[in-house]
Design a protein around this ligand. Sequence first.
Ligand code: ADP
Ligand code: GLC
Length: 483
Amino acid sequence: MKILHVAAEVFPLVKTGGLGDVVAALPPVLAERGLDARLLLPGLPAIRDGVRAQKKIAEFGPAFGAASIVIRHGRMPETGVQAYVIDAPWLYARDGNPYVGPDGQPWPDNLQRFALLGWVAAHLAFGEFDPFWTPDILHAHDWHAALSLAWLASHPAHPVRSVYTIHNLAYSGDFGLDAHAELGLPRRLFTHEGLEFHGRGSFMKAGLVFADRITTVSPRYAQEICTPEFGCGYEGVIGARRNALTGILNGVDYKLWDPTTDRYSDKLFSARSLDGKAACKAAVRASLGLDAAPDAPLAVIVSRLTDQKGMDLVLAALAQLLGRGMQLAVLGEGDPAIQEAFVVAGRLNPGRVAVHVGYDEALAHRLIAGGDLILVPSRFEPCGLTQLYGLRYGTLPLVRRVGGLADTVADASHENLQADAATGFVFDEASADALGAAIGRAADAWADRDLWRSLMQRAMARDYSWGTAAKKYLSLYRGLMAQ
Ligand code: ADP
Ligand code: GLC
């Protein structure tokens, strides 16, 4: 089976969040199971420069505002996964974030930038660019790739099947309906049954209505997005396609995220030999200027600093956290107001709160290795990867009971402790008090070192490798091909 994964980012070349991790990890695990899984990526600078051994396979234009567009074929560094790159400097050769400009606003030509990605995906699938390869299944990730499904739908007779994976419903990509002329998509697709959404066009809706199958990245989020609370207005559209929807939990690439081999870790450690973890904690404290307080638990955050991630709740519960003798180390960037509030909190609590604004892959690993607790109090969380990383490193996740967090972390409740199932701390209400209470419970557990150690060891033994997810995607693809 031949699968084309279409996405806007891929680790290690471009990554703004978990999407990049997933898009990097899934094709190689599918390849291990005998599939020919390839990538189609926009030629953002790091992708254009980072995909190896590129050969030009097609050139066309002008289109989508770009004078000339070149399609190249090469291989991903490290995994060797085959990748098609759309080289269109006018649209993609920009530094910084792939989705937003330096002002924090979406790039003004995002319509053209991601319409092109979808258009090339569909036409690659129709056999227009690579005479030696066409996919059986086009698998689009998030709104950036979703317009590909409208182009498939605009072509009456083609054998290509399609899958659309929602990584985050909150980002949907919308545009004026008059864009259809510019895009060259038939007007009949721009209706309520098509990609029209509240008087605008929506990339997300194109994915939701035109894909043969829809997946999202945890079973719980698959249920949640059918409700008004989490559906971002799409709950009706998604509900109508419930039979086509599955939740498949993301995996973790343990080649990158494992305390026994981590290339960034200050010291390696394992569940059986935890001494190295203390060294990791000491190193993190020293490098971030936190006090060397031997009895204080270190809570860490590695996150986009946004409302989604409940970062305002952390700020509001900070006094409770510090009041229980914990320290906090934060790595993240995002919403300027939240970012600034964390910086101020760091300044006001020297030695106890350390804040590093920015994106830093090495520091992310070092914090997750050196922390005792990782805080993920999200308002919604399609899957979440950092709690899974935390589990593997014995850095107990403290999470809100939503989406993938609810699916992967078992609260240290009396029942779960009795059943040998507890791996972290889970709370319900999105409030500073509820978060503070969970922090209090974590502090109580910390005081009982045997209990804490047993929680760590159980957490570290949890297996969220990609194998399970790969099997589920495989069976989804097989089902689709059998139709
Ligand atoms: P989301 O995709 O919603 O941001 P995930 O938990 O799925 O959340 O994935 C976040 C990914 O991005 C993880 O791999 C995490 O380590 C990484 N990450 C988030 N913020 C930073 C940062 N400031 N520096 C380095 N890595 C980060
Ligand atoms: C999104 C979600 C996150 C998920 C990631 C990878 O960014 O916010 O929960 O883990 O995609 O699927």
